[in-house]
Design a protein around this ligand. Structure first.
Ligand code: SAH
Length: 244
């Protein structure tokens, strides 16, 4: 039996930001698999089984979803934001690579609006020129790599978006990241702390690097760092499209 596996992004929180393509896939699903807070966003209905797991081992969750699909179910794996940005899509392909028995499962990845783009849109256009995205969690990579990428990105003049800036188990990542930025950039560099964007708890603050404190972020915050030219215009922040 061949099922299908769809990996879908639910966007940053607001239901209006779920794409019609994802809504249609969810309407046809027999099974939805994902981390508890994401599955909680899917309304229950007849014929739909919700598999909410608090398992943080994404590979196991992906394998579970692939097994259901291989048994002929129509499975949707949900992520917040975009499923390809520090989320389930890569875990699904990793599981397929490891298990030839899943080679016949048809997989489709449906994009979503990722946190940094939702945050950027809220405040103006801080990512309007070249930028890069760094996951500050060192769960899946050594911290050395994070520091190196951050420093080189700052030297190269990129604006940046930091995902997973701070966790209860590792509270020091962002403090160290800010230290590196202070070594590489001036104190007036603009930093945006965007918490729970597009949800009722949304809170966005714009500060300078001199004012920035690690405590301004938590795990529901995406941190945007402007480039050298990023500036305020009225209550907005934007980065000019030209450089040099
Ligand atoms: N796939 C997701 C990212 C998962 S990693 C996406 O594309 O958005 C989880 C991190 O995403 C969080 O630690 C936070 O940095 C960021 N994030 C997710 N949703 C957010 C939101 N609504 N507001 C601010 N940051 C968010």
């Amino acid at each position: 039996m061949t099922g299908t596996l769809i990996v879908a992004g639910l966007g940053p929180g607001d239901e209006a930001l779920i794409t019609p393509e994802v809504t249609a896939a969810l309407a046809e699903a027999t099974d939805v698999v994902g981390y508890i807070p994401y599955v909680a966003r899917i309304p229950a209905r007849e014929g739909l089984t919700l598999h909410a797991t608090d398992n943080r081992v994404e590979l196991e969750r992906a394998t579970h979803a692939l097994k259901l699909a291989a048994a002929g179910r129509r499975v949707v794996v949900v992520s917040s934001g975009d499923p390809g940005v520090f989320a389930m899509a890569s875990a699904v392909f990793e599981a397929v690579e490891q298990s030839p028995r899943f080679a016949h499962v048809e997989i489709r990845v449906l994009p979503g609006i990722t946190a940094m783009l939702a945050a950027a849109a809220r405040i103006g256009a801080p990512l309007g020129h070249d930028f890069c995205t760094i996951n500050l969690s060192d769960n899946l990579k050594p911290w050395d790599i994070v520091e190196r990428r951050l420093r080189l990105a700052a030297q190269a003049g990129f604006a940046m978006a930091f995902y997973n800036p701070r966790s209860a188990s590792r509270p020091h990542q962002l403090a160290r990241a800010l230290e590196i930025l202070r070594e590489e950039c001036g104190p007036d560099r603009l930093i945006i702390f965007a918490h729970a964007v597009t949800t009722p708890e949304e809170r966005i603050s714009v500060v300078t690097l001199g004012e920035a404190r690690a405590e301004m972020a938590d795990m529901r915050t995406v941190v945007l760092v402007g480039n050298e030219a990023t500036r305020r215009v009225g209550r907005y922040v934007y980065t000019p499209r030209r450089a040099g």
